[in-house]
Design a protein around this ligand. Structure first.
Ligand code: TRP
Length: 362
């Protein structure tokens, strides 16, 4: 069996640098390496609705934002299938069957869901759909027989649930589904980008994001205001690079070529770090470097975004075509699932014949 890549995002907001370094850049590399049989990238709007039931407009608005982000970073609909989860009813169907293959207490132990319940103050009142989204996420993955799911560490518990359900399905019925593996970001800086305020995580709710769609002025004002080293008061003071968001971002995004282009006094980031630590390097200069590095990376993304914005109906068209193609794959899996579960009554000539036999009166 071939390699099938599948991954997605909840369309609850525009995508930011944390998404880019944590997953989008990798997806584009995977797409362009072509080392797979199929690649699916989707917007998990059904999952987004599990904690946004009263706010469907938010999801509806963000579908196009995320689609523009996908296309502008270089996901290419001729190389991978871009689709919208809600347009694939087979996923909902598979979720229903999966519900029987896992216990409530097993889902309750999921640490990511536990954290999310706390963050949303859902303790006393968890929507059923939100509680069970790991099961529906298992169906997202299994419906496409995905072998490989590029995702962050927080998705590990989801993948465990998916593997358990698939294993149970294959044992009880027939081995038609595929156990997926998670593909984590390659390096540590990619796993969790801090916010511009230095807080642990870049996140829309914390208001500390640099968005892929931010223009150059916006990026500069955010970079200028970034958290650095609170003990680095004068340029001549020794600075600290650990916990200094500017340096964390430089770790994540800068290359040696960037130094040649923007700050040739240093050959690479290690040299700059050594000089900063020794004292004599001002934060503003580091921020200017970071601003140049980010804009160099974001400029081609902005240019593509601008192109795609000229024809929004075409983007819906791309998503429609992708959803149609995805649905064909999912329908094929569901036919196998139903045959394995022996609920394909009308396609089972042998069943109909034998039942007729049983009721025959001589
Ligand atoms: N839970 C993922 C997130 O919050 C989104 C998601 C839904 C997903 N279904 C998926 C990711 C299947 C990978 C595979 O970002």
């Amino acid at each position: 069996m071939g390699k099938v890549i599948l991954t997605g995002d909840r369309p609850t907001g525009k995508l930011h640098l944390g998404h880019y370094i944590g997953s989008l850049r990798r997806r584009v590399e995977l797409q362009n390496a072509g080392d797979f049989d199929k690649m699916f990238v989707f917007m998990a709007d059904v999952q987004a609705l599990t904690d946004n039931a009263e706010n469907p407009e938010k999801i509806r608005q963000n579908i196009i934002e995320v689609a523009l982000d996908y296309l502008s970073v270089g996901l290419d609909p001729t190389k991978c299938t871009l689709f919208i989860q809600s347009q694939i009813p087979e996923i909902a169907e598979l979720t229903t069957f999966f519900m029987n293959l896992i216990s409530v207490s097993r889902v309750q132990r999921n640490p990511t869901v536990k954290t999310e319940i706390k963050m949303r103050n859902f303790e006393a009142n968890i929507p059923m759909g939100f509680f069970s989204y790991p099961v529906s996420q298992a169906a997202d993955i299994a419906a496409f027989k995905a072998t490989t799911v590029p995702a962050g560490e927080d998705q590990e518990p989801m993948l465990e649930v998916a593997r358990e359900i698939v294993r149970r399905f294959n044992t009880i019925y027939a081995p038609v589904l595929v156990e997926p593996n998670i593909m984590l970001p390659e390096n540590v800086t990619a796993r969790r980008l801090p916010g511009t305020d230095g807080k642990e995580k870049m996140s829309k709710s914390l208001g500390n994001c640099i968005y892929l769609s931010d223009d150059a002025d916006t990026v500069w004002s955010k970079v200028r205001g970034m958290y650095t080293d609170p003990t680095h008061l004068n340029v001549s003071d020794p600075g600290h690079v650990e916990g200094n968001a500017v340096f964390t971002y430089l770790d994540a995004f800068s290359t040696d070529e960037d130094f040649a282009e923007f700050w040739p006094e240093f050959a690479n980031l290690d040299e700059l770090k050594a000089a900063y630590t020794a004292g004599g390097i001002g934060d503003m200069k580091c921020k200017k470097l970071l601003n140049n590095v980010l804009n160099k990376m974001l400029d081609p993304i902005r240019a593509r975004r601008h192109e795609f914005e000229q024809d929004i109906p075409e983007i819906y068209n791309i998503l429609r075509k992708g959803s149609d193609a995805a649905r064909e794959t999912a329908a094929q899996t569901m036919a196998e699932v139903k045959a394995a579960m022996q609920i394909n009554y009308f396609d089972d000539a042998e069943l109909i014949r034998s039942q007729a036999e049983r009721f025959k009166k001589d």
